[in-house]
Design a binder for this molecule. Structure first.
Ligand code: ADP
Ligand code: MG
Length: 245
């Protein structure tokens, strides 16, 4: 089966005695998509927070590319190749689309070779590549604040991609999108999976269906079931969880 890119092993995260994650485990293979679903409060966002080092588990291990990253500082984890897109937008409205991408591409390179001659050229090439990938080439000189909601989301995904991270964590990338925008986002994510691994949280089953990827269902801080969307849909226990029974 090969070596996982990421392994979350029996992770527990407590907030004032409440276990938001309670023995959670998950394994992701390189260049793959995994969809994460589960009722509100299941611990999905906390799982992403834990992987990226934003919250620290009290038990369990997180292993990325064979190295344990549990309780490591967030910036060090980012440097190792994990990048997260939040649900809320993180773009700078008064900069252009290209400038936002330029910043994102630089952020992850500059720390160790800010004076390198090749840096500007490399960043420019990266920005052009990402603009094409996310379909914002004709908007590159527009101010980010003037983009449509869907375009802002794509810019943000672009900023995650510009970081060159191997593992991309996306929390509800299609939130608030029209049917067409969300179909384009699904196509973009499938394209990204040729070079990256993606862990994608979403509620919208029509969107999840288009990702055509294995689904993991979380409930009460742990993994409840993994399978195809079809298997998940036909599982009476999962229906019960969603209906609160
Ligand atoms: P999901 O993303 O699946 O909706 P979350 O991971 O956001 O769920 O939250 C899981 C549980 O942990 C919820 O009960 C939430 O209230 C709680 N929680 C999340 N973050 C914190 C925090 N920083 N402090 C206290 N409780 C939190
Ligand atoms: Mg959440």
């Amino acid at each position: 089966m090969g070596t996982p890119l990421l392994s979350v092993e029996n992770v527990t995260v407590s907030f004032n005695g409440f276990n938001a994650l309670d023995g959670m485990s998950l394994h992701l293979m390189p260049t793959s998509i995994r969809v994460l679903i589960g009722p509100n409060g299941a611990g999905k966002s906390t799982l992403l927070d834990t992987i990226i080092g934003h919250v620290r588990p009290s038990a369990g291990r997180v292993v990325f590319k064979g190295h344990e990253i549990t309780r490591m500082d967030e910036y060090k984890i980012v440097r190792r190749g994990i990048c997260r897109k939040f649900q809320a937008p993180g773009i700078l409205d008064n900069l252009t689309v290209a400038e936002n991408l330029n910043l994102a591409a630089r952020r992850h390179r500059e720390c160790w070779r800010s004076f390198s001659v090749g840096l500007n050229k490399e960043v420019r090439a990266q920005v052009e590549r990402v603009l094409t990938l996310v379909g914002l080439n004709d908007r590159k000189h527009a101010l980010a604040g003037q983009l449509s909601h869907g375009q802002k989301q794509w810019l943000e995904i672009g900023m995650v991609v510009a970081s060159d991270a191997e593992l991309l964590l996306l929390d509800e990338p299609a939130a608030g999108m029209s049917h067409d925008e969300s179909a384009q986002t699904a196509a973009l994510i499938r394209e990204l999976a040729k070079q990256h691994s993606l862990l994608v949280i979403d509620h919208d089953m029509a969107f999840v269906d288009q990702l055509d990827a294995p689904v993991s269902v979380m409930h009460m801080g742990r993994m409840l079931r993994e399978g195809t969307l079809e298997e998940i849909r036909n599982d009476p226990q999962i229906a019960a969880v969603y209906l609160g029974r």
